[in-house]
Every structure is written in structure tokens, then in C-alpha cells.
Design a protein around this ligand. Structure first.
Ligand SMILES: Cc1cc2nc3c(=O)[nH]c(=O)nc-3n(C[C@H](O)[C@H](O)[C@H](O)COP(=O)(O)OP(=O)(O)OC[C@H]3O[C@@H](n4cnc5c(N)ncnc54)[C@H](O)[C@@H]3O)c2cc1C
Length: 389
């Protein structure tokens, strides 16, 4: 059966739902098609860190604009607000990465982020359970923390529905239709949706969908493990969130006595339709030992649970947020590696501005255009230090 839609958004992660909501706010009542359930992709496996420490301006600004939304959801979006938990965020670099950390710090300050370098003595006061070593450099973001990625997708979807959009789950898009250089709609197993606007926000599945109409997009997937360790509260009562580039781990507290830890040193190419979502015990040991170099008291904790999720990444580890050249009305929003959750409110606004007005206003997203892989103007992370979640 053929239906019509003002716009079709493919994918019910934080990006698709944010785009749907932001379009609805601008008067476009779209239809979101999700093959499984909301948050079924990277969104449902995200560690949820919300911080602004980045090495390029475009990502720093997307995170900063989004941060205001997370902190003031009731007024900015409305409806049921997903949780935002302020823990502070610490970026720690060894001597070799110090220059990169300071570059990121200056960039963040220029954007307006409340962040500054702290001495090792001050860092130890902020995080008494941590051990610091001579020559390490520490940046502190007092206002940062973490949020609830699936809850964020649910909340965007609920608000979009209230504004007249539709969210249809268990409805995989099987193909995109084009005619004479413009998009005309999409097909699912049982329906055909005719629409002049189609936005592909299908995370790791984006290249497959686009390859069906001959559009190549350089996004590949890697598998990343995340673990939860139950702390002994007498050894580590609490700690801030952070990234430790010296030991290649990122972490944050969860609830009262759990610590989430992810890693930055193992990436395995993965097939999104057939990857191992379970944690591996040998790798747990490796990550745990590295975390214990920073938080010695965590060595006596207990393994609680773990899982693996997929990062969808482009060659310069920046997403692609753009109109697709040569196919009018078709847009792509994917390739967010390990950092899309915290950028999703601003990305949705930028995409809606691009669709309705031809250019994004919230943040200049020209560095995220699709053509950069052809013309060679890739984003460069020119310092050794780059953050990993
Ligand atoms: C382990 C892990 C930890 C992370 N930690 C952080 C973090 O701490 N902070 C942070 O900011 N970011 C983090 N990220 C990254 C962040 O979670 C992702 O960048 C973000 O969730 C991507 O959202 P998305 O909407 O682009 O994609 P996804 O969430 O993958 O959503 C894509 C959706 O498209 C659907 N879909 C696919 N094909 C079709 C089809 N044919 N038809 C219909 N629907 C389809 C899928 O089912 C899926 O629901 C992490 C990611 C992972 C995996």
C-alpha cells in the first residue's frame, strides 16, 4: 500500500529521533521508520558520556550546543526529560599527549565551555581515589556528566509524536526510491512511502541502504566492549567521569557503586548484522588492569556485567551530515563513532535547518560534508591526544 509523508527518517536512534523532533518543530510532520525498536543500534549500547573536550571545533560546538539542551530539557524540548547526571569530567594525558590536551582545552575555552587545567594536587582533591603520576596533565569540566541515550531517543520520539510526527517500529526500510535525480520515497516489506525528503540516519546500516541506489559512503563498523565493575565503597566511594589517555580507558560512575569502563585500544572490524554482543573475559582483565592504574582501589571490585556495541566511523572519525550530491531531497546523518549521543540534540537541529533552509545555523557543519572524502579536505586531529568516547 502506498502512503505519503512530508519527510521520511530512516532509523530510530538518537539521531533519527532528534531529526524527527526538530523537523516537527519547524512544521514538517515526518514519518520515522525503525527496523527494530527505538535505541536498538549504537544508541542502546552507548556509555552516555556528556562532555565537551574535543580536538576539532565542529565536534566541540555540536557537543556544547547539545549540552544546553540536556541540562534544560524541560524548557528546551519538554515532555519527559531523560536523566542528566552531573559528575564532572576529567581528561588526563601523559607527557606525550600534553600538547594535544592543552590544544583541546584552548579550543573548548574559545567555544565558551567552563573548563580549565588543574594541577595534580587539585586533581587529587577532585578525585581522591585516583593516582596521578609526575608529568601528567589534567583538564577539568565541572559541569559535565552523563545521560540516558535510550531515554533521550524515547523523549525526542514522544515530543515529535505530540507535534504530529509518526514513529513506526518493526518496519525495516528495504529500499530507497529515486527518479530523475531526486528521491521519491522508500519501501518497507509491506508499505511504500512516497516522500520528497528522505533522511538516512541508520547508523552502522547506512552504507548498505545507500549502496542500493549506487551511493557509496565510507563508513565502516568496529566493535567496542564496555564493562561495569562493582566498587567496594570503602575503597572508592565515588569518582567523576573521565577519559584517561595515558591508560586508554574512559569511565564514569553508574548509580551508587558501579563504575562503567570502556576502552580506547581495541577495535575489531564488525558486521552490524552479525557481531558478538557479549563481553570477552580476557579483554575485561586487560581493561580492568588499565583502569586500576588510575583507580587502584577498583582492583578489589567485582565484575558486574558487560556488553559490546558498534561504532560507525568515517575515515576522519567525524560524521557525515549532509545532503547527498546528485539526489535531490536525500540526506545522510551517520558515522558518529563513539561520540554521537552527546551531539544528538544539535545535530538534529542542524539537519532540520539544512532540510528546511538549505544550510545549518545552530553549528557550521560544512566540515561534515560528504564531498570531503573526494576532494581530500578531511578533518584532521593534528595532535596525539584524541578522546575516545
Ligand atoms: C559501546 C558504545 C559506547 C558509546 N559511548 C558514547 C558516549 O559515552 N557518549 C557519546 O556521546 N556517544 C557514545 N557512543 C556513540 C553513540 O552512542 C552513537 O554515536 C549514537 O548512538 C548513534 O546514534 P544513531 O542514531 O546515529 O545510530 P543508531 O543508534 O545505531 O541508530 C540507527 C538505527 O537505525 C535502525 N535501522 C538500521 N537499518 C534500518 C532500516 N533498513 N530500516 C529502518 N531502520 C533501520 C537501527 O535499528 C537503529 O535503531 C557510544 C557508542 C557505543 C557503541
Amino acid at each position: 500500500m502506498t502512503k505519503t509523508a512530508e519527510a521520511v527518517v530512516i532509523g530510530g536512534g538518537v539521531m533519527g529521533t532528534s531529526i524527527l523532533y526538530n523537523l516537527a518543530m519547524r512544521g514538517i510532520k515526518g514519518v520515522l521508520l525503525e527496523k527494530s525498536n527505538l535505541g536498538a543500534g549504537g544508541t542502546g549500547r552507548s556509555s552516555g558520556l556528556i562532555r565537551m573536550h574535543y580536538s576539532t571545533e565542529v565536534l566541540g560546538r555540536l557537543a556544547w550546543e547539545s549540552f544546553h539542551v540536556f541540562k534544560d530539557w524541560e524548557n528546551r524540548v519538554g515532555g519527559d526529560a531523560p536523566q542528566f547526571i552531573k559528575t564532572g569530567f576529567m581528561a588526563i594525558a601523559g607527557p606525550d599527549e600534553a600538547e594535544g590536551l592543552r590544544h583541546n582545552l584552548e579550543l573548548s575555552k574559545r567555544i565558551g565551555v567552563d573548563t580549565y587545567e588543574v594541577s595534580l594536587k587539585e586533581a587529587a582533591e577532585l578525585a581522591p581515589a585516583f593516582e596521578f603520576n609526575e608529568g601528567e596533565v589534567v583538564a577539568w569540566e565541572p559541569e559535565s556528566g552523563h545521560g540516558d541515550p535510550s531515554g533521550t531517543a524515547m523523549s525526542f520520539a514522544a515530543r515529535a509524536r505530540e507535534l504530529g510526527a509518526q514513529v513506526i517500529v518493526e518496519s525495516p526500510v528495504t529500499s530507497i526510491e529515486t527518479d530523475g535525480g531526486r528521491v521519491t520515497g522508500v519501501n518497507t516489506a509491506n508499505e511504500r512511502y512516497e516522500s520528497p525528503i528522505v533522511i538516512v540516519a541508520a547508523g552502522p546500516w547506512t552504507p548498505t541502504l545507500l549502496s542500493g541506489i549506487g551511493v557509496d559512503i565510507p563508513i565502516t563498523c568496529t566493535r567496542h566492549e564496555v564493562f561495569f565493575i562493582k566498587r567496594k565503597l570503602e575503597a572508592v566511594p565515588n569518582h567523576p567521569g573521565g577519559v584517561d589517555v595515558a591508560n586508554l580507558v574512559y569511565f564514569r560512575p553508574e548509580g551508587v557503586d558501579l563504575t562503567l569502563v570502556g576502552n580506547g585500544n581495541v577495535e575489531q572490524a564488525a558486521d552490524p548484522d552479525n557481531y558478538n554482543p557479549k563481553p570477552t573475559m580476557s579483554y575485561l582483565e586487560d581493561v580492568w588492569l588499565r583502569l586500576a592504574k588510575r583507580i587502584p582501589g577498583i582492583a578489589d571490585g567485582e565484575f558486574f556485567t558487560g556488553y559490546a556495541g558498534l561504532y560507525d566511523s568515517s575515515p576522519d572519525e567525524h560524521p557525515i551530515v549532509d545532503a547527498v550530491d546528485g539526489v535531490d531531497g536525500l540526506y545522510v546523518c551517520a558515522g558518529f563513532s563513539g561520540h554521537g549521543f552527546k551531539e544528538s540534540p544539535a545535530v538534529g537541529a542542524c539537519m532540520a535547518e539544512l532540510v528546511t533552509g538549505g544550510a545549518a545555523k545552530t553549528v557550521d557543519i560544512v566540515p561534515l560534508r560528504m564531498g570531503r572524502f573526494k576532494d581530500g579536505t578531511l578533518n584532521t586531529i593534528s595532535y596525539k591526544f584524541k578522546v575516545i568516547a
